[in-house]
Design a protein around this ligand. Structure first.
Ligand code: FAD
Length: 507
């Protein structure tokens, strides 16, 4: 549906519009033939680009302008209005650009411009001959993609322990798991992308050791690969619990597409499922399995789902969303044992379970960094430029702990953060000296209700709710010492973008 004319595509821009048609806003969505086009006012200029985000087709006119860029309201991808370039993840493909003509007071668009090449790094201070990336996930992919976009011409090697090329991991517990997203949606890029961009993608290949003195990585089969710059983007792995029966074949964790496929295969023909854990992934899995027609029970040690991240009121609301769809919650308890057809809770309750998913959190994969002697403190310690303690070695994504505002260090598990880390690390491996200062952002979907969250609140002394949580129209602010640290929204995507802008400016 990207860029196709829809009934709400606004005026025909070949006939022209006037500034009055903007209705006081700084963006206007119109169309040229079947293509939806966004007009944006930047100072006295009017710029025109494709109107839909190239990530998940969010309507950019509902997003936010920032200088000569526009941000998508869905997942906060950022595009240049001048060149169409996807300047910040999660989008990687550019928008189309259109010629704007003035005919008196009328602003007319008729002609699509030729694609503009992405700006290469000018006058690279550093000229590495070989770059190695360990990790084929969000951060590793985003780094590799941007290195080539910036004109890096040297050797580029990407190692991934997974059998599949980098995929849209957040979808593994959402549309893909419930059957609403075909396989074709999942790869971040097709196989030809890696070939065309000369990215040596080694799948099912585990890096076993890093030798920072020799600037070498060694894979599990003993092969040695030298690097001038190295990016460690090994992500995180699901935690497993020593529960009797957790090794049975119908017990799963979820991180890779192989895991998601295995859960789907088991769900076919299954009638009941138990999900251990009431965090984002556990609840999304519960929703997907419910949608597949299974009777789902959620078991959690917590008193409320998501309370530590979102607070009690939002946690209760999300629980109610799941209960409305028939899911059962067993809080303040855990699974004592798992049998072939049922689980037994700590209080002796027996719940039938043809399928069990353990979603009790993840731990960052730090072993390589630890063994290589890098500074590690509940994450690989990096500076503002995402450099580790070893020269030429960077870390990004779920593994990285970076200095945030107020000197507080951060390590988060968010898709967009990992991708933007990867992008900043890529620029810096080429000597750009960029500081990472983005505001964390994540989203999570629960039976059709999406929560967006910007900022990072590790604790708060008040929660201020504007609007109605049950009405699915709210902005929930997490505040400490009179300052907003983070904001969660439902149905207020634009407000989340504005808060992110404010937090960026304050940081
Ligand atoms: C089911 C699910 C749903 C999610 N939903 C959301 C969401 O809705 N919103 C959100 O913001 N975030 C979500 N996340 C979190 C998000 O996916 C992660 O934050 C993100 O993937 C982290 O990216 P990364 O590159 O750091 O790690 P990953 O994407 O995990 O990639 C790490 C890569 O490193 C490889 N690797 C590890 N060790 C080695 C080694 N020694 N040698 C070679 N390769 C190695 C792994 O195989 C993998 O390819 C979700 C995660 C999951 C699992």
């Amino acid at each position: 549906m990207s860029d196709e004319a829809r009934p709400d595509n606004g005026p025909d821009l070949t006939l022209g519009v006037t500034l009055a048609d903007f209705g006081g806003r700084d963006m206007l969505r119109g169309h040229v033939g079947k293509k939806a086009v966004l007009l944006a006012r930047v100072g006295d200029e009017i710029l025109a680009v494709g109107a839909s985000c190239t990530h998940y087709q969010g309507r950019l006119d509902r997003g936010a302008l920032e200088g000569d860029t526009v941000r998508c309201p869905l997942h906060h991808a950022c595009f240049s209005l001048r060149t169409g370039e996807a300047v910040a993840a999660p989008a990687f493909s550019p928008l189309s650009c259109w010629k704007v003509e003035r005919e008196g007071a009328r602003i007319v668009v008729r002609e699509q411009l030729a694609p503009q090449p992405a700006p290469a790094q000018v006058a690279l201070p550093d000229r590495p001959e070989s770059i190695v990336i360990v990790g084929g996930g969000a951060a590793g992919f985003a780094a590799a993609e941007l290195l080539r976009r910036r004109g890096y011409a040297g050797a580029l090697t990407l190692f991934s322990a997974e059998a599949d090329a980098p995929i849209d991991r957040p979808n593994l517990s959402k549309d893909y798991l419930h059957g609403g997203a075909p396989e074709g949606w999942m790869p971040l890029k097709g196989a030809d992308f890696y070939e065309k961009n000369r990215i040596a993608l080694h799948l099912s290949t585990t890096v076993a050791r890093i030798d920072t003195d020799a600037r070498m990585v060694v894979t599990a089969d003993g092969a040695r690969h030298s690097y001038d710059r190295l990016l460690i983007a090994t992500g995180a792995e699901p935690m497993r619990l020593p529960i009797p029966g957790s090794g049975l074949p119908h017990v799963f964790t979820l991180r890779s597409i192989a895991d998601s496929r295995a859960i789907i295969a088991r769900a076919e023909g299954a009638r009941t499922a138990v999900v251990l854990g009431s965090g984002f992934i556990g609840l999304e899995v519960a929703a997907a399995l419910t949608k597949r027609g299974l009777g789902v029970h959620v078991v959690s040690l917590d008193a409320r789902p998501l309370e530590r991240v979102l607070g009690a009121e939002l946690g209760d609301f999300i629980r109610a969303l799941h209960e409305e769809k028939g899911e059962h919650f067993h809080m303040n308890t855990s699974i004592a044992s798992i049998g072939a057809e049922a689980v037994t809770l700590a209080d002796g309750t027996v719940i039938p379970a043809d399928l069990v998913v353990i979603g009790v959190g993840v731990r960052p994969r730090l072993e390589l960094a630890e063994a290589a002697g890098l500074a590690v403190d509940r994450g690989i310690v990096v500076n503002h430029r995402l450099e580790t303690s070893a020269p030429g070695v960077y870390a990004a994504g779920d593994v990285a702990r970076w200095p945030g505002a107020d000197g507080e260090s951060l390590r988060v598990e968010h898709w967009v953060v990992a991708e933007r880390h990867g992008q900043v690390a890529a620029e810096n491996m080429l000597g750009a000296g960029q500081t990472y200062r983005d505001v964390p952002f994540f989203w999570s979907g629960h039976h059709g209700t999406t929560i967006r969250y910007v900022g990072h609140a590790q604790g708060w002394d008040e929660i201020v709710v504007d609007g109605s949580i049950p009405g699915r129209d709210c902005a929930v602010r997490y505040r400490r010492g009179g300052r907003t640290l983070a904001l969660a929204t439902i149905g207020r995507d634009h407000e989340a973008l504005e808060e992110a802008r404010r937090l960026r400016a304050a940081g």
